[in-house]
Write a protein that binds this ligand. Structure first.
Ligand code: NI
Length: 213
């Protein structure tokens, strides 16, 4: 769909512009307003409790927005996220993934992806993958912060059988909760892993320097 492609191109461009504004660790643009990322308040599908961006502080995380009924792209991307998580954990010698990289799935289809469904879905990919759901409003707000585009396709009035067109982007967030960079569908597992590792090491080195200064 031409309209969709154009919109997606615009969003990707916006994400790219935000990324190249600084040194890769900066999420601010002129005016001090965050261009990508920021606070969100959702529900942890595993516990049913409120889960916000603050729950990820102190950790690197990969955020992926999608929906559990997605026939192929979301499963492929989440499998990639899971593999990157394991590769990163191993490379950093962490016992648990969360000590290296937290994999996070955020649904953009909360009407069908309730806590139970989301919880069971993420389990298929990685035992430590966090599944987040919410309401149309809260999930929509989180998606907007990350400039994720999505739209119901087919019969828009359908309540059960529909697909959701959406941007395929995975976001890397640092322990301060800042957007670091993003990866597209064509970025391979190996490329994402080496990029994540480089960012984690850069961040840790900078912090070690600060601590010893
Ligand atoms: Ni999908």
């Amino acid at each position: 769909m031409v309209l969709y492609d154009r919109e997606r191109a615009r969003r990707v461009e916006a994400v790219r512009a935000a990324k190249t504004t600084g040194n890769g660790f900066q999420t601010r643009v002129a005016g001090g307003k965050a261009a990508v990322g920021g606070p969100f308040a959702l529900v942890d599908a595993k516990t049913g409790k409120r889960f916000t961006d603050e729950n990820l502080r102190g950790k690197f995380a990969l955020l992926y927005f999608g929906f559990t009924h997605c026939p192929d792209i979301c499963p492929d991307e989440l499998e990639k996220v899971a593999k990157v998580t394991e590769a990163t954990r191993e490379a950093l010698g962490a016992a648990k993934a969360e000590d290296a990289l937290v994999p996070v799935f955020i649904t953009i289809d909360p009407a069908r992806d309730d806590a139970k469904r989301t919880r069971e879905y993420v389990k298929e990919f990685h035992p430590e993958m966090i599944g987040l759901t919410g309401t149309d409003k809260t999930c929509g707000e989180a998606a907007r912060k990350y400039r994720v585009y999505y739209r119901k396709t087919g019969d828009e009035r359908a309540t059960k059988d529909y697909l959701v067109d959406h941007s395929i982007i995975t976001y890397l967030i640092n322990p301060d909760g800042d957007f670091v960079t993003f990866y597209g569908k064509n970025t391979t597992e190996e490329e994402v892993t080496s990029s994540v590792l480089a960012h984690v090491r850069e961040y840790r080195a900078a912090n070690a320097e600060k601590a010893s200064a």
